[in-house]
Design a binder for this molecule. Structure first.
Ligand code: KG4
Ligand code: ZN
Length: 335
């Protein structure tokens, strides 16, 4: 079963061809880094316009890279829920056109379900049930994943997403965009105990997160010291900030796993590429006898292969959309 996946929920225009929800034949991702650098972040209308310019080429490239044509495609899966409305509309319009003209099943998906399946693409044997932390530029969600299609939201961020905090701190410090990979790299040269930043919501009994106060604390400390004429080592600030985020993410996820009685943890989304987050999870899970899984680095950030994989699973359960499929910018991940 050859599924064409399409993902345009934020600033990546992506199309992929995946067979049987498992084998990636192609996964083309056109980033908007030039626009991100120019505007210092995602401007929704500008991102949507870029998607319209690129979507046709990206789909054609995905077909060419896989050595396939639209005649070979058997279903179309697309991100329809959670994201920027104008951006989502571009992908859904493209998917509907192909579905209608080729009489192919159409599957509209929640973006986070894609991130969950990114980890299953990389680790086909990853068992259920498990606790899943999805951390990216737009989301920080802790989920109990009962099986391939039943999710319970345990907690989410009350303000900034984890990746958003990385990006904003990097911007404040004058570093490149996106900030996550830059802070990850810079932190390797820094001392993570140089500054003690708050661990927001760490002792709070809920599974919710909050990163806005931590961000403010870093910014205030920086401004105070600079005002006092001190020169600050950016690598130490980056490493100390990163450590605070990692501590909270690991502690809350493991508490959720223990409370839910699961011995498997899945970490997905753009921030799951973070090297310190990975090592901290590995160390903490080892001592507790918990297995932790991460996607391949190429599948951490937004891509259409994860959408094709999630779409295939829904199709196998007979869950398809029709041409009335609409986009929903803020949508719970139910089901
Ligand atoms: O999953 P993704 O592509 O987009 C959303 O669904 O939001 O994630 C992008 C986010 C950005 O905030 C980026 O800074 C962050 O993932 N990111 C990282 C790393 N690589 C990407 N954050 C920390 N460390 C990294 N190595
Ligand atoms: Zn994402």
């Amino acid at each position: 079963m050859l599924v064409l996946g399409i993902e345009t929920s934020c600033d990546e225009t992506s199309a992929a061809l995946v067979t049987d929800g498992q084998t990636i034949l192609s996964n083309v991702i056109a980033t908007q880094l030039d626009l991100l650098r120019k505007y210092g972040g995602v401007v929704p209308e500008v991102a949507a316009r870029r998607h319209t310019e690129l979507i046709g080429y990206v789909i054609k490239q995905a077909l060419d890279n896989a050595g396939k044509t639209l005649d070979d495609v058997e279903a179309v899966a697309v991100t329809a829920r959670q994201g920027l409305i104008g951006c989502l509309l571009v992908g859904v319009a493209a998917a509907k056109s192909i579905s209608y003209s080729r009489k192919l099943p159409l599957i509209g998906l929640h973006h986070i379900e894609g991130h969950i399946y990114a980890n299953r693409l990389s680790n086909p044997g990853m068992p259920f049930p498990h606790a899943c932390l999805t951390v990216s530029g737009g989301h920080t969600m802790l989920l109990y994943v009962a099986d391939g299609n039943r999710y319970e939201l345990l907690g989410t961020t009350l303000d900034d997403a984890a990746g958003e905090a990385f990006d904003k701190i990097a911007k404040f410090l004058g570093l490149d965009f996106p900030g996550g990979p830059v802070i990850d790299k810079l932190s390797k040269e820094g001392n993570a105990t140089a500054y003690h930043f708050p661990r927001p919501m760490l002792r709070n009994k809920t599974y919710d997160f909050s990163f806005s106060g931590l961000k403010t604390s870093v910014i205030n400390m920086f401004k105070d010291k600079v005002a006092a004429g001190k020169k600050l080592p950016l690598a130490d600030i980056a490493a100390s900030f990163q450590e605070a985020v990692v501590n909270v993410l690991v502690a809350k996820t493991l508490r959720a796993a223990e409370t839910k009685g699961v011995s498997t943890v899945s970490v997905t989304g753009g921030v799951s590429a973070n090297s310190r987050l990975r090592s901290a999870f590995e160390d903490a899970c080892k001592t507790r006898g918990i297995d932790v899984y991460f996607p391949a680095l190429s599948l951490c950030t937004d891509n259409a292969a994860m959408i094709a994989a999630a779409g295939h699973a829904r199709l196998m359960r007979g869950e398809v959309s029709d041409l009335r499929l609409n986009v929903v910018p803020n949508s719970p991940l139910e089901g």
